[in-house]
Design a protein. Structure first.
Length: 445
């Protein structure tokens, strides 16, 4: 049996980005000021609604057996819901603090814990439609399995923070835009491009060496960051960040891997798959589905899990694969009837929120309820509601940022690294808050 750690109370709650204060843009870098508090499957986090487990799922890819195991864990050990994260992972909430060993055994039997020592560093997002719709430069699934295998085989990789992120993009630019620490990109000529941080410069390496190059780069980052306190590449001092790609190149060439510098600007916006039936396919079809606020009850989860496979996306959605073509439209109707987003006309499209009250002690508001009360018409600018300045799980690109503060809700328009404050609305005026958010969402630059 796996040795599971009991729930603890870290000094900081889990966050995808560093702590954000009003004078900074969401996602700005910050160096570590304490131990890595990111929860995992073996180290639970004590939240206000019970213990929390975060299960890393590289590329969001689940077999039906693995999806069923997660559903069982939510039903038997948690609050009966599965919460999707902005990295395509799954969080279980409302867990008993002493359930760690049972949860670990359940996940291990399903193949969801290939390495106890590496379970929190398996943060990998991948183009969710790769190999499904015929687009992109290549099918990145072999890279995904190869990277996960090499990560779990690296002793040094255990030192990575639970916040460190890998991305595997099939060339269409969807997950490349997410600002990962290391991004592998499929190239039209069959080679791989490795982006270190968010710089436009990339290293071109043979496709077969793509996963190896990414792990080499992660190990180079660890050596560079050892005395800096950096959690992620963007946290490095400017001089260290500037020299890291050259260090990666030297290491690769010493290992016999050709690495040629190239330029490839990072896409400005990460676009999720369009909800509905995925174009392409033959006798089997795929469906893209959005999940309002990333929260799934057991009935919804089991509907999503009834195909040949499931891919969770970094946009808190899912792609159901391996569906008989003559069954796809009927299943899409069932998913829509279950309250999921199956088309562009859903008012929930682009609406997101952190867990808020009562699940998070740091939250100043029940932002999920507030988001539901201010959904508004479909097709507007994305909006993300945060219960405090940390903005856990916030999106990338252009969006409306709604943050609960002691003085009310601050509504800002974020464009990349630039945040423009729009208004502050008092907490005692929910109608004004909804109207302010609706007006802000009505404009896209």
């Amino acid at each position: 049996m796996l040795a599971a750690m009991s729930a603890s109370s870290p000094t900081t709650s889990p966050a995808v980005a560093g702590e954000v204060v009003p004078s900074r843009s969401p996602g700005d870098a910050c160096a570590r000021s304490s131990g890595d508090a990111c929860p995992g499957a073996l180290r639970l986090h004590a939240a206000d609604d019970g213990a929390l487990a975060r299960i890393r799922i590289p590329g969001g890819v689940l077999t039906p057996h693995q999806a069923e195991a997660l559903g069982q864990a939510a039903e038997r050990l948690g609050d009966g819901e599965l919460h999707l994260t902005s990295r395509g992972n799954v969080q279980l909430r409302g867990l008993a603090p002493d359930c760690g060993a049972e949860l670990a055994l359940l996940l291990s039997r399903a193949g969801l814990l290939p390495s106890e020592r590496h379970e929190r560093v398996r943060n990998v997002v991948a183009s969710p439609l790769s190999g499904v719709d015929g687009l992109g430069a290549m099918d990145v699934r072999p890279w995904l399995t190869g990277l996960d295998r090499l990560l779990c085989g690296s002793d040094l990789a255990t030192e990575l923070s639970g916040r460190f992120l890998f991305a595997i993009d099939d060339g269409r630019g969807d997950v490349d835009a997410l600002g990962a620490d290391l991004t592998l990109i499929g190239h039209s000529d069959g080679d791989a491009l490795l982006r270190v941080g968010e710089r436009d410069a990339v290293l071109r390496v043979p496709a077969a060496d793509g996963p190896r190059a990414a792990v080499t780069a992660a190990e180079a980052f660890l050596d560079t960051a050892r005395d800096t306190g950096a959690w992620r590449v963007k946290d490095l001092p400017a001089d260290a960040a500037a020299t890291l790609p050259d260090d990666v190149r030297r290491r690769l060439e010493q290992a016999g891997v050709s690495a040629t510098p190239r330029s490839r600007p990072r896409p400005p916006e990460a676009l999720p798959p369009t909800p509905g039936r995925v174009p392409g396919g033959g006798r089997e079809a795929a469906l893209s589905v959005g999940v309002p606020l990333g929260r799934l009850d057991l009935a919804q989860w089991r509907l999503l899990s009834c195909g040949g496979g499931l891919r969770l996306t970094p946009w808190r959605g899912a792609v159901v694969t391996g569906i008989a073509a003559d069954r796809a439209d009927g299943l899409l109707g069932e998913l829509s009837g279950a309250g999921l987003i199956t088309g562009p006309d859903s008012p929930w499209g682009g609406v997101g929120a952190c867990i808020g009250r009562p699940g998070c002690a740091k939250s100043l508001a029940d932002v999920r309820a507030e988001a539901g009360a201010a959904v508004g018409p479909a097709g507007r600018l994305p909006v993300y509601w945060s219960g405090c300045e940390r903005r856990c799980g916030h999106p990338h690109g252009e969006w409306i940022d709604v943050v609960a503060t002691p003085g009310g809700h601050r509504v800002s328009h974020v464009r990349g690294a630039v945040s423009t404050e729009a208004a502050t609305v008092r907490d005692d005026d929910p109608g004004a808050l909804a109207a302010t958010v609706a007006a802000a969402r009505g404009t896209r630059s």
